[in-house]
Ligand binder design. Sequence first.
Ligand SMILES: [Zn+2]
Length: 325
Amino acid sequence: MVYPQLNLRDQSSHLLWTIEFTRTRMSLLNPFRSPRCVPNFLYAFMRSGAKVLACLLICSLLTGCLWSAKNQTAGLPAQYRVKTGQLLLLSDFKLKESHPLVDELQMLRAEVNETLELPYQKTPITVYLFEDEATYQKYLAKHHPELPHRRAYFVQQGTEFAVYTFWGEQIQEDLMHEYTHGLLHSNLHGLPLWLDEGLAEYFEVDRKTEGRLHPQYTHQLNRQIAEGWQPDIKRLEQITEFSDLKLADYRESWGWVHFMLHDSPESKQVLLDYLHGFQTENQKWSPSLPLSDSLAKMNPAYKERLQKYLAVLPDEYGEEQHAAR
Ligand SMILES: [Zn+2]
């Protein structure tokens, strides 16, 4: 996997991207996987107290300059384009429509829609793919110096969806994650923060990975359970600030999503019913609409069920693999 050697430079610079805004703990724990993903400015503004982003939005609304069309497009990749489905991929280097990465994004769209039983939308999701990290950083430094360093961003402005990233060693993982946000946002409105991230973490994993087990999270959650950790979805449901979403929360969100999608048809249906409630444009998430209530109706002992699920998760798929040989 990974599609390297297009133009890889100074991978050690990833290590410099470790002091971040919302995922600092993640960076410190795992410097090889630098954070990405501040969903979007409007999105961040609506439910995040992140003062910098709120200020950014207010300034842009008042002055109309920060994200004016002229400023926004200056320096963005534009020379080559690939358009397929919802994907509009713009780059300054040639990337064929038949490139495996484009195929992966197409398959991801089908997988997200089919797994979550969502309709196919036409709203374009524009991916600005910079040739290298330096060019990407230069663009962000010039146009958004207030933003923390990330390997990739998903930005929503009204009904416009855009992903900003560069060609690097983790391009597939980063694009899978951010493109998932785009697919979710083109279908669902006001999704809770933890669930938005949990789903993006779920779909960023290479679909060929057995059980779609996250390479970092699976064993960490397994160990946490063994040490007596108590997952708490109600706590996740109360997080409304991006700055409050830590690495452990991304990991736990992935665990809940994986559990609901794989534990039983009933648990998957609970998730789907909840998600489909956000298809109405005026739907806005509020803590009075918790998914935990639906899980409790399905099984009052759902927390214990999750703990058991996570406790055996790696072995479950390991045994299946073994049996298949
Ligand atoms: Zn994300």
